[in-house]
Design a protein around this ligand. Structure first.
Ligand code: HEM
Length: 413
């Protein structure tokens, strides 16, 4: 077990507000700010970078309770009008509460089980091996930028496999998916154009698969829709579009962040390389260790809700901090140690909990297992090409993004 040095950092004493704006320091090491809140003021009034007030919940027990509390709403109490025509992504699963949420979500979940995802394993493994071979062939002894050379294409190809996207459609689909993953870097017009392209793609796939179904996610979702009904065509299109988008950058970032953890913990890296059977379990510890989403989607309290001694008043915005909960010593002993054999690792909240629990978790775990196994098997050593504290981060407080990850591979194994 290696330990990472921890620096007790804190926002301004007594300020109880997240540092504003949530700049580079928070994006690179959100754990320091969040630990301060968890240990000093576990249910705190804060302001988001946009200046909106919210309550920040940081203890594991409270975060778990929040995920399971139906009075914490994602729709804000608004009931969607299913007769209104909507473009895909205008309203997604994270804008609905049960029962509307349930009737839409259940159309896709049977197609995303671990057993269904395992059927894609061989092809994802082949994609990973090909990408690493290409990275080697083009690096000329220099570093490899792992996000562009490996994490992004692997996550995209995995989604294409699961969705059954035809080879000839993939290049055109990549651009809008990648753009929407980094909206901040796009003009509003580029965002608009990307949404329109995803909308058109998903509807064309629905038409194609209705005429000739296969074993893919789109065909299976349409089959459930035919059997169960209960959703409009727009809602099904939105469901599929959201799966495509939510499944991309979160997994790209998880591959990058897991690799950063292994670069910072060479002993763990060596252990996993020597005994790859330990990787599937280590994946959960790596998901606990760092996450692209420090907070779940912002919720709204429909009633006064007590968290311990503090009552969050009705109408308030609530941020459940997954990252703070994952390092709560009340839930995970010695949380600042990366322990690939940790017994409690599976209790991390990186995929959320309750009705909105990530439906793509089996695919994400599979991709991470395949990605790390491939990287560790391909290269006999991996070191960072720049000091880890010089890595650059972008995105926002709800979704952190590692911009680039230059690594220096050792020899081939
Ligand atoms: C490591 C990668 C991933 C992480 C960390 C992650 C994390 C999460 C979290 C925390 C939630 C719950 C949000 C909330 O309750 O506020 C969520 C929901 C969701 N995720 Fe993931 N996810 C990942 C991969 C994926 C993949 C691969 C897919 C698609 C194949 C996906 C699709 C979705 C969808 C559609 C939702 C909304 C579910 C709902 O509202 O019912 N995610 N994810």
């Amino acid at each position: 077990m290696d330990t990472e040095p921890t620096a007790p950092a804190a926002p301004r004493a007594g300020s109880r507000s997240l540092p504003e704006p949530l700049g580079d320091a928070f994006l690179a090491r959100p754990g320091e700010t969040l630990a301060h809140f968890r240990e000093t003021c576990p249910v705190a009034r804060v302001r988001t970078p946009a200046g909106r007030p919210a309550w920040l919940v940081t203890r594991a027990e409270d975060v778990r309770a929040g995920f399971l509390d139906a009075r914490l709403s994602l729709s804000g109490g608004r009931v969607p009008d299913p007769t209104r025509r909507r473009r895909a992504l205008e309203v997604t699963l994270v804008n609905y509460d049960p029962p509307d949420h349930t009737r839409i979500r259940r159309l896709a979940t049977p197609a995303l089980t671990p057993a269904r995802m395992a059927a894609h394993r061989r092809r994802i493994e082949r994609a990973a091996a090909d990408l690493l071979a290409t990275a080697d062939a083009s690096r000329d002894g220099g570093p490899v930028e792992l996000m562009d050379a490996f994490a992004r294409p692997l996550a995209f190809l995995s989604l294409c496999e699961v969705f059954g996207v035809r080879e000839e459609e993939r290049a055109a689909l990549y651009e809008p998916v990648a753009r929407l993953a980094d909206k901040a870097a796009c003009t509003p017009r580029a965002v608009e154009d990307s949404v329109a392209r995803i909308d058109a793609f998903v509807r064309a796939e629905m038409t194609r698969r209705a005429a000739g179904p296969g074993e893919d996610l789109v065909s299976r979702t349409l089959a459930e829709w035919r059997t169960q009904g209960g959703a409009t065509e727009d809602e099904v299109a939105s469901l599929l579009a959201m799966l495509l988008l939510a499944g991309f950058d979160s997994t790209v970032q998880a591959i990058g962040m897991s690799t950063v953890a292994l670069l910072a913990h060479p002993r763990v890296q060596r252990q996993l390389r020597e005994d790859p059977a330990r990787i599937p379990r280590a994946v959960d510890e790596l998901l606990r260790w760092d996450t692209p989403g420090p907070f779940a989607t912002k919720r709204v309290a429909l009633e006064d809700i007590p968290f311990g001694d503090t009552v969050v008043p009705a109408g308030s915005g609530v941020l459940l901090s997954v990252a703070a909960a994952n390092h709560d010593p009340r839930c995970h002993a010695d949380p600042e140690t990366l322990d690939p054999a940790r017994r409690t690792a599976g209790r991390h909240l990186t995929f959320g909990l309750g009705p909105h629990y990530c439906p793509g978790s089996a695919l994400a775990r599979l991709e991470l297992t395949v990605a790390l196994t491939a990287v560790l098997a391909h290269w006999n050593r991996l070191t960072a090409a720049i000091p880890l504290d010089e890595l650059t981060w972008s995105g926002g407080y709800l979704h952190r993004r590692l911009t680039a990850l230059p690594v220096l591979p050792g020899g081939l194994r």
